[in-house]
Design a binder for this molecule. Structure first.
Ligand SMILES: Nc1ncnc2c1ncn2[C@@H]1O[C@H](COP(=O)(O)OP(=O)(O)OP(=O)(O)O)[C@@H](O)[C@H]1O
Length: 185
């Protein structure tokens, strides 16, 4: 948590290997991130991190299933396995019946569930969720937080959440405050 402009997105983009220009040290699995090549980091990101953003980041002209399948496109997974993984992810977010629907017809909360299904389809070690409830009403926001809690408890995936909303803190196990580009506690 932190005020607007304090550096929250910058920090989680570093943690998620989206941004690789930084001062300081970041170890991932006992190795300094600066020692990996860009190709290594793309692979590490692809295999370990799922991303969820405020504005969902779905491709409108695709179906729900096609959106969830995107991270698997270059994963060398058979068609049958892809179908199984997509359905399994959609089941976890309660949208298995929507697999063939266009995303255009979905509500904001449903869209974020699709984005979460896409984020978990490759069983990442952690999910970066940058203001995932920023575009949702308060009831839907709590439903999304409930879903994150279930995923954390059932699949053991860590969720790194950026939020302005102090009401969401009760779902979190650790609070990290950021101010003026620094972690302050
Ligand atoms: N540790 C840092 N060192 C230098 N510059 C930083 C640091 N952290 C953030 N910045 C700069 O501060 C600005 C705001 O950062 P950022 O967008 O990450 O903030 P934010 O907390 O996510 O804001 P918002 O809540 O409005 O999205 C950016 O221009 C970023 O480059």
């Amino acid at each position: 948590m932190g005020r607007s402009g304090s550096g929250k997105s910058t920090l989680v983009n570093l943690i998620g290997f989206l941004d690789t220009k930084f001062k300081g040290t970041y170890y991932f699995e006992d190795k300094l991130v600066e020692q990996y090549t860009d190709d290594d980091l793309s692979k590490i990101r692809n295999e370990n991190v799922g991303f969820v953003f405020q504005n969902f980041g779905l491709i409108e002209k695709m179906t729900v299933g096609q959106n969830v399948e995107l991270p698997l496109l270059y994963a060398g997974v058979s068609h049958q396995e892809k179908t199984r993984l997509v359905l399994e992810s959609l089941e976890k977010v309660g949208l298995a019946d929507f697999v063939n629907q266009s995303v255009k017809l979905l509500s904001g909360g449903q869209r974020q569930r699709v984005a979460i299904a896409r984020a978990i389809v490759k069983s990442p070690k952690f999910i970066i969720a940058d203001e995932p409830t920023g575009a949702l009403d308060s009831k839907t926001s709590l439903e999304i937080m409930q879903l994150f809690t279930e995923l954390n408890q059932l699949s053991g995936v860590t969720i790194i959440l950026v939020t302005h909303d102090a009401n969401l803190m009760s779902y979190c196990t650790r609070e990290i405050k950021v101010a003026d580009g620094e972690v302050i506690m």
